[in-house]
Design a protein around this ligand. Structure first.
Ligand code: AMP
Ligand code: FE
Ligand code: FE
Ligand code: ZN
Length: 294
């Protein structure tokens, strides 16, 4: 715990990660133990559509000497496009508009997962119970990664990535969308809950055609605070383009690994956020939720 605080050099800050409360594979404690091994100073916990892991953060910070930014990766939808927005330092109250929207999205995810399993079951040996077996334990948010794990357990796919490529991709025959709030409502709800909104991996939104770039401008007009520029899904051209947009609108720029444990190849600390950007996030947040420091 002390050797790193003596060491000079910039703070290593990763603002995007998941645990088994959503579709990662580690507990919160294990996540921060791995963050320490990866040499991180600060890690944001951003499970999909839930704050279920937050109560474990104080103990994880104390045990590992890594600071925690409490966060959420909120699911939104524009047309049939899925849009993910990081809500950092937000008020976790279950009475907020944001919490109500997330509860609805979690319910919609269950129906949607059942429908996808019904479609897959016509062609492959997969039952709903197989998926349930994968989400047993602490998981509160069901997603395609759990269907992928069930397909791996049933011997249909080699691993999560293969399951997505072969069966679960959005362009595939078994994909079913689920209802989530619009990105504009989500940005406003995060602001209303005192949090800072950062569009997660914008490259997966802005890729392909021009409409999404207009979508990005509309989200900025709705109050979007930042862009996750440094992310493994972005190539050099995208990073340059996103940096230019961020500069033009004076947006916060972040970087994150999007770590999912063994569920994805992403490694903790593979993308980082500048300390001055974390300072801006802390200044911008108006909720009582603060960065937990060791
Ligand atoms: P869902 O929210 O249920 O539509 O599932 C999307 C989630 O699946 C994302 O948050 C990713 O964590 C995960 N995911 C997407 N593509 C892949 C992939 N190719 N391999 C593994 N996980 C993926
Ligand atoms: Fe995920
Ligand atoms: Fe995401
Ligand atoms: Zn993520």
């Amino acid at each position: 715990m002390s050797e790193r605080s003596d060491s000079p050099g910039p703070q290593r800050i990763d603002l995007h990660s998941h645990t088994s409360w959503s579709d990662g594979t580690t507990s919160v404690g294990e996540l921060y133990a791995q963050a320490r091994t990866a040499g991180l100073d600060v890690l944001a916990l951003t499970d999909h559509d839930t704050v279920a892991g937050w109560p474990e953060l104080p103990a994880a910070v104390a045990a590992n000497g890594v600071a925690a930014v409490p966060g959420i990766e909120v699911s939104a939808e524009h047309g049939h496009r899925s849009v993910h927005i990081l809500a950092l330092l937000v008020d976790p109250s279950p009475r907020s508009e944001l919490a109500a929207a997330m509860a609805e999205a979690r319910d919609a995810r269950v129906d949607r997962a059942r429908r996808m399993v019904e479609l897959i079951a016509k062609d492959h040996p997969l039952r709903w119970e197989d998926v349930e077996a994968q989400v047993a334990g602490e998981t509160t948010v069901i997603g395609r990664p759990h269907i992928a794990d069930a397909l791996v357990a049933a011997g249909v796919s080699a691993d999560r990535s293969a399951a997505f490529d072969e069966l679960l991709r959005a362009s595939g025959p078994y994909y079913v969308p689920y209802d989530a709030p619009s990105p504009f409502e989500t940005v406003r709800a995060i602001r209303a809950a005192g949090g800072v909104s950062v569009l997660a991996h914008p490259g997966s939104v802005t890729r392909d055609d021009e409409l999404p770039l207009a979508l990005l401008e509309e989200m900025i007009a709705a109050g979007l605070d930042g862009l996750e520029v440094e992310h493994r899904e972005h190539g050099p051209n995208e990073i340059a383009g996103l940096r230019e947009i961020a500069q033009r609108h004076d947006l916060i720029v972040t970087g994150g690994s999007d770590f999912h444990g063994t569920g994805k190849p992403n490694l903790l600390g593979e993308n980082l956020t500048a300390p001055e950007m974390l300072a801006r996030i802390e200044e911008r947040a108006t909720s009582g939720t603060r960065v937990l420091r060791p």
